[in-house]
Design a binder for this molecule. Structure first.
Ligand code: XUL
Length: 536
């Protein structure tokens, strides 16, 4: 009889905007291996910047689906070369940048099922896409379709009540509506539409894999209460859509076994299970173990996001999103997303601190909490929260007068304070009230930034020892899904987390500073409104 005891590693994959990352853990949650592929530098022939192509209109943003296919082969090739024991992997799941869609042409399923070891994935799959450039989460080109959806479904609150969010440009349903309206041939010859998160496991199993209910909540198409597609939402998007989407599935369920291509080429065990993948923010929630109301995470990356556990959803017609929880099928999570994250902080660093983080941090340290009443709005990219399509910087002095510039030290503090004030304001509006915060993403290594975060929210800030919370969360979910499957029933996620390492306290709030920020919040909200009315 075959000895299955060697199958004790769990594999988390994270297909983010800029890279494909792998984290492998053992059954005690210890990270045993990591590896990654960077789209721009490792696959230069696709000519991406930050993993994407930007349209001339300043609104359209896409990524070539074939690049993601090639990245998967490259990642696994690297892992094999590093002698990472892929033959010991019991289960794989993963995380995808949210909202992006992948379009499979009629006949693609046959090509997926018949993958052979003799050729690479990209050689075999280069013709399977009906739309080669996948719209991604940074796309803001579907305002018209958002308006149409809100009109057809009874207004923004009605859309939010059913799908968890009012209509947002990047949400997949609105991207699909645009595709149907602008590229009818592409839409009609599509056999299946996947999210980035259901696309990668489609390659791994060699067959279509369901969209999970958590990432599926980011489409403006799913009824977040029933966890099924909403007929009303599908009907105002495009005809025949339900068949092209497949049925949504709970996030801990098994999607299938790994395809023989990966067994033969990379040495995976044929019993390796593929668990349904989810979005990057849902996987980060799993990786950061947010399990109670008040457990908040602030992710500082390409996008900045603030998210947390919710038991009772209160969807808003103006901001934020409610998603089904990825590890507790009865619960929810709430999220507020900003496009102006790391790249915007880097712009300010380049313009005001000679491109040096050291100088940037010196300025932060030198300044006073509240920045003597100066407030700035830094819109480098069309923004999601609040919705602002025109880019530019708007600065107000302590008397609320618009000014052209700030001295460098004020500018640096204004970008950081403004981002956290906005997160507190918009997060609280959808029920995210912090008891403690876990900071993650690249900028969470910056102590000066974390101190301001602690002061603005008035709670301690912790960091995980592991920076890639999405791929780690996926690895935890792989173990969770595997255990649920073995027992034939859902097992509470907390049960698999007992051996998880503690988080490290990185910043504590100062009471006086918290009081300053609390009183500043009203002024910030007023100026935000003023700026939106006047334009950036
Ligand atoms: C969330 C969102 C971004 C992407 C980044 O709604 O659009 O955080 O998930 O990959």
């Amino acid at each position: 009889m075959k000895n299955r005891k060697h199958l004790n590693y769990f594999f988390g994959l994270d297909s983010s905007t800029q890279s494909l990352k792998a984290t492998i853990i053992d059954s005690q949650l210890k990270v045993v291996a990591e590896c990654s592929v960077n789209f721009d530098s490792d696959l230069p022939k696709y000519n991406t910047t930050g993993g994407v192509h930007r349209g001339k209109d300043g609104l359209t943003v896409t990524a070539p689906a074939l690049m993601w296919v090639e990245a998967l082969d490259l990642l696994l090739k690297r892992m094999k070369k590093k002698h990472i024991p892929l033959n010991r992997i019991a289960a794989i799941t993963g995380s995808g940048q949210q909202h992006g869609s992948v379009w499979f042409k009629k006949g693609a399923r046959q090509a997926l099922r018949h993958l052979t070891d003799g050729m690479t994935l990209s050689e075999q799959l280069k013709h399977i896409f009906s739309v080669k450039d996948s719209p991604v989460w940074m796309d803001s080109s579907t305002t018209k379709q958002c308006k149409q959806r809100e009109k057809a479904m009874g207004g923004p609150q009605a859309v939010a009540d059913i799908t968890g969010s009012r209509a947002y440009e990047r949400f997949t349903g609105n991207q699909i509506a645009k595709m149907y309206q602008k590229n009818r041939t592409g839409y009609n010859c599509t056999e299946r539409i996947a999210l980035v998160s259901s696309f990668i496991p489609t390659l791994l199993t060699g067959d279509y894999v369901p969209i999970d209910v958590s990432d599926g909540s980011g489409m403006n198409l799913m009824d977040i209460s029933s966890r099924k597609w909403s007929k009303k939402a599908l009907d105002c998007t495009a005809p025949g859509l339900s068949a092209k989407l497949g049925k949504p599935e709970l996030s801990h369920k098994v999607a299938g076994n790994i395809h023989s291509y990966f067994v033969e080429r990379y040495g995976f065990d044929a019993d390796c299970l593929i668990i349904v993948f989810s979005g990057d923010n849902p996987n980060s929630l799993a990786g950061l173990r947010l399990q109670r109301p008040g457990d908040l995470a602030v992710s500082l990356g390409t996008s900045d996001t603030v998210f947390g556990f919710l038991s009772k959803p209160v969807p808003s017609a103006s901001e934020g999103h409610i998603f089904v929880n990825p590890v507790d099928p009865k619960a929810y999570m709430a999220l507020v997303c900003y496009k102006n994250g790391s790249l915007t902080r880097e712009h300010v660093r380049d313009d005001s601190a000679d491109g040096s983080w050291e100088k940037f941090n010196k300025y932060l340290k030198r300044g006073k909490s509240g920045n003597s009443g100066n407030i700035g709005f830094y819109i480098n990219e069309p923004e999601i929260t609040p919705p602002i399509l025109t880019t530019g910087i708007t600065r107000y002095d302590s008397a609320g007068r618009r000014v052209k510039s700030f001295p460098p030290a004020v500018e640096v503090r204004a970008v950081v304070e403004g981002q956290f004030l906005s997160m507190r304001l918009h997060g609280e509006n959808i029920g995210l009230k912090a008891r403690n915060i876990l900071a993650t993403g690249g900028a969470s290594a910056n102590k000066g930034i974390l101190k301001i975060m602690a002061d603005v929210f008035g709670v301690p800030v912790y960091v995980a020892r592991q920076t890639s919370s999405a791929s780690l969360g996926a690895a935890y979910r792989a173990l969770h899904g595997w255990i649920c499957n073995r027992g034939g029933k859902y097992v509470p996620y907390s049960k698999i987390l007992l051996a998880a390492p503690p988080f490290k306290k990185a910043a504590v709030p100062d009471k006086k500073a918290f009081a300053i920020y609390s009183s500043m919040l009203k002024k910030y909200a007023e100026l935000e409104n003023k700026m939106m009315v006047q334009g950036a």
